[in-house]
Design a protein around this ligand. Sequence first.
Ligand SMILES: [Fe+2]
Length: 289
Amino acid sequence: MVDKQYLLDSKQMASFVARGFLRFDELIPNEVNEAVMAEIDAGSIKAAPAGTPLSQCYPPPSAIGAMLRRPEVQGIIQSLVGPDPLFDHHAVHVRQPNQDAAQGLHGDSIIDTRMHFDIQLMYFPHDVPLEMGGTLVVPGSHFRRINEMDIARYQNFVGQIPMVCKAGSLLALHHGIWHCGRQNKTDRVRYMYKIRLNPRVRQLRLWNTDDLPQDYAKHKPIFTRETNAVEDIQTILSRQEPWFEDAGGRLEIVNRVKLWRFLTGDDNFDVHYWLTRLENMPNNRLLAA
Ligand SMILES: [Fe+2]
């Protein structure tokens, strides 16, 4: 288990629930980035069989293993999918220079409606300027479950974020998020290492919950709006994405509330009245006057 100081906090987790990704710029030092680039050039990054515990993958000496074993990376992994998740697959994605087309927008799975989620860590071992493309994500799209390339006809999406970053940056993605590799218009090859991880534990308060009301830790339901912490979570979970419909992304917010309840164990949590309204199904018969 990684030290608590490296775990995500509740606001970061709420942002992941709302947007389907977290971004960590320049998290990995350059000596590790350069060592990983050397492994990529040598073709020496070897996959373990699917279903292998991550702790058994990439034994030393391995630069990619050293990157994954850094406590700040372990803290991200543990907060989202728990300690020692299973290796699903990895890939070193290569975008050749001067491409004339981008990858189609897609999800990395078939329609997958589990509440439990896998994560995909994307690691950028060298600088990615805008003209190099970068991985593009559509924030908040992770609840719109799709079948792989069904959405590839869409070229651009209002609110999309291209991963323009410095070397050593990481993205942690929910498995449902819409994304693609953008066109590389430079004369240099672009690399990105991706690993998918499956949780082995119930995804229940795996992050540092010290910033939540104590009742969360006791698994007692609390009602909202009593503390600043909960107010902050509500604010994050109700934040709009530019592609939301005019009504304010009601469906998205309800789905966020469901996932937040799942992750905290607080079945009474709501943002305003969105989910509670749907749960109002009285069984009482009208009493005779
Ligand atoms: Fe993908």
